[in-house]
Design a protein around this ligand. Structure first.
Ligand code: ADP
Ligand code: ZN
Length: 745
């Protein structure tokens, strides 16, 4: 993975005063990444790196950890070594850096000796700012010897929780990193992770031998994610299918517990015409790899996967994560659902959970190593409580990880959105259910108990005489599935227990207290209607579609896809969704205005600017949408007058020459190797400059007549009325050309 170096002038090494330090960092962020402000803790983390002070930075997924070491690397002389666990992760990051004009490379086992040699000579020549390397390669004595001679300024450890056996993803090869402080005494070491537990955070600092590290712990809340929980084990596939259908065409992940389930759901979704594929450890390497690539490159919308999928997936525009089954811990849930919305735009997480999932996990856990059972059971119980809780989901997650949650209403979970209601009289309801369990002598399971409660006349119930019980039909006004769910909730909240081979229900001491009216369970019912998301109060990015021209967004997305596949990089490496939205909101008509868009730095402006501005100008002119909108006044459809006219690129001049020679549009396009739409734009400029009045060299005479007639009828202020007047049969290009000539008469 050797990347061509882009020789950009790097900002000078940093002065000491901190306000100028911040300014230097911001300047580099703006130039290379097109961002104009710090996210929470980024400034502090960058300051530690610049001051070569060891640090541990904990930010949630999507919090912007990478920039915390990348920006300082750009602002420093010398080399930053970045330790990253997965080759795919490195490749993405290096690609993204090179796209921004930052000299970065990776060395790994997939490269030839020759390729590695090139990187080595770049390092020797001081041409690289960042070197990505996997821990096992870094620790090879050859690499260490070489780097000791290089000017290593600091090391950044990505996914640093991998060093801790307490974490969820321990990697023994990370342990060797403890020698970094000794091997590079002049360099500082900075650990980055999204892992929340304080135990792991401390362990990271210890294992890495950090010297009085600054601990920067961000909030674990992800305000742009909306959490919803759907209970019940039946009709799972239909639920998944409905959720995916509502999000057709968007990027999403569906997690399943088993490989078999993955295959089934993937096939089912494909059968419904979704671009979906499976991913699990049982698939052949090449199939897995192919599916992953297709997802990253947006040739697939949905990946259906086991937990094997996700580590090292940097795709920032995953819009939804559905869990088709409950994960075994809240740590896992947060990790997996956290793959949604890394770009900071709103994204949805839906968890389908049933009591059956918990049972499945319990069986698996109990079959495991005895010393790990207790911890795993505790983690599972916490997960269960989360699922059966009736409070704000954001709050529940944040508090689980030991932080306080400041808001009463997150505006982004099913509870706060009022989509779920608490049952009005949970005590009475709970008592009815538990007394039925008692009447059944605690010898039956949940399904049977639910049937008795709703008054089923099943053969089995009648033959056991249970239709004669006083509790038979006690809840006949409710649906059996709802009663069944309340039973599950009572189990999860510890009022009932499932025992024995047949999971018969037993009343716990808490359950007896409930019978005496001393406890109040939280029983939820699905509400018939919910407040919609647009009505919600809070939520960080509720307005992120505001002012965005959706058609233009889709067009820019297609353009991004073309450019990305031309260059062999994933689309989000070209521009993120957030950047495309901002583009479709501001609709810049010039390269200068394009720089205002969040996520457009100088390098990307040079590489892609022309194509994107061209697409924007074309779309807005045809559709009559105003361009060059500032931050606040997007969205208004008004006159077609760009504040800053599109300056014809020097590249249009050869086209003018060919038009003068009488060549048609397609011929010119072919000669110049440009797409037709670009040539039509040149032609527009040509017609204006030459004051051409006769469109016949470019448009068929009969079509010219039709357009002119339509012009008489509806006027020519905008193209769309003419287009519509002609029933959509005449292309915009032709209309534009004819109107251009009419204007010159
Ligand atoms: P993490 O590694 O913490 O999961 P990333 O470093 O991948 O997060 O950042 C997530 C996304 O946010 C990326 O698309 C990144 O470019 C963007 N980002 C990071 N910092 C900023 C910032 N200050 N302003 C705007 N976008 C940012
Ligand atoms: Zn909430």
């Amino acid at each position: 993975m050797v990347n061509r170096l882009h020789r950009l002038e790097l900002p000078p090494a940093v002065p000491a005063a901190s306000s100028t330090l911040a300014a230097t960092l911001l300047d580099a962020m703006q130039r290379y990444w097109g961002y104009d402000s710090f996210r929470p803790l980024q400034r502090e983390a960058m300051t530690c790196v610049m001051g070569r002070r060891d640090s541990v930075t904990v930010l949630p997924t999507g919090g912007g950890k990478s920039l915390c070491f990348q920006v300082p690397a750009v602002c420093s002389e010398g080399l930053a070594v970045v330790v990253s666990p997965l080759i795919s992760l490195m490749k993405d990051q290096v690609d993204a850096l090179v796209q921004c004009g930052v000299p970065a490379a990776a060395i790994n086992s997939t490269m030839s000796a020759e390729e590695r040699g090139i990187v080595a000579s770049q390092i020797r020549a001081g041409e690289l700012r960042l070197l990505y390397v996997a821990p096992e390669r870094l620790l090879m004595s050859r690499t260490m010897d070489f780097l000791t001679a290089a000017n290593v300024q600091f090391a950044a450890i990505d996914e640093a929780h991998c060093i801790s056996a307490w974490g969820h993803d321990f990697r023994p090869e990370y342990r060797g990193l403890s020698i970094l402080k000794e091997a590079f005494p002049q360099a500082s070491v900075h650990a980055f992770t999204a892992t929340a537990s304080t135990h792991v955070q401390r362990d990271i600092a210890e294992q890495l031998n950090l010297r009085e590290p600054v601990m920067l712990i961000g909030s674990f809340d992800r305000p742009n994610l909306t959490y919803r929980i759907v209970r019940g084990g039946s009709g799972r596939f239909d639920k998944v299918a409905r959720l995916v259908e509502q999000r057709r065409g968007e990027s999403g992940i569906v997690y399943c517990i088993s490989r078999k389930e993955v295959e089934k759901v993937a096939a089912g979704l494909e059968g419904l015409g979704h671009r979906a594929a499976p991913y699990h450890a049982g698939l052949a390497d090449d199939v897995r790899h192919r599916n992953q690539e297709a997802f990253l490159e947006e040739r697939l919308d949905v990946i259906v996967a086991t937990v094997a999928f996700g580590m090292g997936i940097d795709k920032s525009n995953v819009r939804f994560v559905i869990h088709n089954g409950m994960p075994k811990s809240l740590e896992h849930y947060v990790q997996e659902s956290g793959r949604a919305g890394r770009d900071g735009l709103e994204a949805e997480c839906v968890l389908l959970a049933s009591a059956g999932d918990a049972m499945l996990w319990r069986r698996m856990i109990e079959g495991g190593e005895p010393e790990s059972v207790a911890g795993a059971v505790r983690a599972l119980e916490a997960m269960n409580q989360f699922v059966d809780g009736a409070g704000c989901r954001h709050r529940a997650i944040v508090e689980y990880f030991g932080q306080e949650y400041p808001d009463d209403d997150c505006g982004a979970c099913d509870v706060c959105l009022g989509e779920l209601d608490l049952v009005a009289e949970p005590v009475v309801l709970g008592q009815k259910i538990i007394s039925c369990v008692a009447r059944l002598d605690q010898r039956y399971g949940a399904d049977y108990t639910a049937k008795v409660l709703v008054g089923s006349a099943d053969q089995r119930i009648r033959s056991s005489g249970h239709d004669q019980l006083s509790t038979h039909g006690l809840l006949s006004e409710h649906r059996q599935q709802d009663v069944r769910q309340w039973i599950d909730q009572l189990v999860s909240q510890g009022y009932l227990a499932r025992v024995g081979e047949y999971n018969t229900l037993e009343i716990t001491p808490d359950g007896r207290e409930l019978l005496r009216g001393e406890r109040t369970p939280q029983l939820l019912k699905p509400a018939p209607t919910g407040r919609s998301r647009s009505q919600r109060r809070g939520g960080a990015t509720a307005d992120s579609w505001e002012g965005v021209d959706r058609d233009l967004f889709e067009r820019l997305r297609r353009l991004r896809m073309e450019l990305a596949s031309e260059r062999g990089v994933p689309p989000y490496v070209v521009f993120s969704d957030a950047t495309l939205r901002d583009m479709a909101r501001r609709r810049p008509s010039s390269l200068t205005a394009l720089l205002e868009v969040k996520g457009v730095g100088e390098k990307k402006r040079d590489d892609y600017g022309h194509d994107f501005v061209e697409a924007i100008v074309e779309h807005c002119t045809a559709e009559g949408v105003a361009m060059d909108q500032g931050e606040g006044n997007g969205g208004s459809r008004s006159r077609v007058v760009p504040d800053e006219p599109f300056v014809p690129a020097a590249s249009s001049l050869p086209a003018f020459e060919l038009f003068r020679q009488g060549l048609g549009i397609d011929e010119v396009a072919e000669r110049l190797g440009r797409v037709r739409s670009t040539v039509v734009k040149y032609l527009g400029e040509f017609i204006q400059q030459e004051q051409a009045m006769d469109p016949s060299p470019w448009v068929d005479a009969a079509v010219v007549a039709r357009i002119e007639a339509a012009y008489e009828q509806v006027g020519g202020e905008r193209l769309k009325p003419i287009f519509e007047h002609l029933g959509g049969e005449v292309p915009y290009d032709d209309i534009r050309i004819v109107l251009g000539c009419l204007g010159n008469r």
